[in-house]
Design a protein around this ligand. Structure first.
Ligand SMILES: *Cc1c(COP(=O)(O)O)cnc(C)c1O
Length: 386
């Protein structure tokens, strides 16, 4: 499979060998066996293999999506979860135990840090943070560190980590390296190929791609899959077949959509970079972004996320009134769908680098609309501020 091009791969993943072009939606809890012997054999086999036995453990539709994501991420196997956050939470509970320490990068998806703070600490799992820009980050490792968890690029300032370098140190010390790959969505960036043990994607974003489904995936190498699967079963994690079908449908156009998101976002980022109301534009594909070199080395594409820091002389009130006047950008959570979105980012809450020095931050998701129309809308916003 890896020898064919990405576009060809996306057109063939998770399809039945014959008959229907798409794997149909299977609904079911009870799976029937012809005899007790067959039932016993399936139960014995399911500890090591994927066999149909009970609805909570998946069915043909779910397996088709698992296989497709495994191929995209370049892993051994994948598990699916009802949200991206459920995927993160189950991963942490799968590998960590009381007494362990977890090291996380700053600027990660905020609910993940809240999960560490409000759940993990109650189970005796400690955590601390390191900055993606800290060259001496390994000084933050402790004897009890069991996992390093990063988001690369982060989803607000797009700070990238040198995953191959991190992985070398983690491997020496027998520490698991886990990456949130939602930004890269498997095709722009491949943490497992860059040395990570575990890659998590909020499939709610670009995998689904249409703002109509919630899901998360975790893909691992062979060594650590069994623990993830056990935790997933223990915690009763499962996804509806309709949702798996929708995400698999989204994957068919993933590369095409990302190319459009990325080219529009770069064009808009370059225009924003010259605008007098904008102090900084954060977008790793933009030459001049501090993450551009690592992005060029490790990523194969970009996406629709662009964050801007307004000129610090502008008042927040004026900025927010102007944001309310946008017509083509929706105000709402999430990103990765077909449509453009705008939402302020609080640098204190998300603990971004140099958060004290950052001005008003607005994260834009550049959707599939015509970029010229989007620029006109943004220009109207700027004109109403200044
Ligand atoms: C959205 C997001 C998540 C969580 O996904 P949900 O499906 O909303 O739970 C996790 N990580 C990142 C980077 C995200 O952007």
């Amino acid at each position: 499979m890896s020898s064919v091009s990405r576009a060809t791969q996306l057109a063939s993943l998770g399809r039945p060998e014959s008959g229907w072009a798409n794997t149909p939606i299977i609904k079911g809890s009870t799976y029937l066996f012809d005899s007790l012997a067959q039932w016993r054999a399936a139960r014995a086999q399911r500890d090591t293999d994927r066999v149909l036995s009970y609805g909570a453990r998946g069915n043909e539709t779910v397996y088709a999506l698992e296989d497709a994501i495994t191929a995209i991420e370049g892993g051994y196997r994948s598990k699916l979860f009802p949200t991206g956050l459920a995927a993160i939470a189950t991963t942490l509970l799968a590998y960590l135990k009381a007494g362990d320490h977890l090291l996380i990068s700053t600027g990660i998806y905020e609910p993940m840090r809240i999960l560490c703070e409000t759940q993990l600490t109650r189970f005796g799992i400690t955590y601390s943070e390191f900055s993606p820009t800290d060259p001496h980050w390994e000084c933050q490792l402790q004897p009890a560190t069991r996992m390093v968890y990063v988001e690369s690029p982060g989803s607000l300032l797009y700070d990238m980590l040198d995953l191959p370098a991190l992985s070398q140190i983690c491997k020496q010390r027998d520490i698991l390296l886990c990456a949130d790959n939602t930004w890269g969505s498997g095709i722009n960036y491949q943490p497992l190929n860059l040395g990570c043990d575990i890659s998590i994607v909020a499939a709610t974003k670009y995998f689904g791609g249409h703002s109509d489904v919630m899901m998360g995936s975790v893909t691992t190498g062979q060594d650590c899959f069994a623990q993830l699967e056990q935790a997933s079963i223990n915690l009763g994690q499962t996804v509806p077949a309709e949702d798996a079908f929708l995400v698999l449908r989204g994957l068919r156009t993933l590369e095409l959509r990302l190319q459009r998101h990325a080219s529009s976002a770069l064009r808009i980022a370059q225009w924003l970079d010259t605008h007098h109301a904008v102090k900084t534009v954060f977008h790793p594909a933009l030459p001049g972004d501090p993450n551009h070199a690592l992005w060029q080395r490790d990523a194969t594409g970009s996406n629709g996320l662009v964050t801007i820091e307004f000129d610090p002389d502008l008042s927040s009130k004026k900025i927010e009134d102007a944001i309310d006047g946008l017509h083509l950008f929706g105000i709402g959570s999430s990103w990765g769908g077909y449509e453009s979105l705008a939402l302020p980012a609080d640098p204190q809450r998300t603990r971004l680098r140099n958060s004290e020095q950052l001005g008003y931050l607005l994260r834009l998701h550049i959707g599939l609309e015509d970029p010229a129309d989007l620029m006109r809308d943004l220009d109207t916003m700027f004109n109403s501020i200044t």
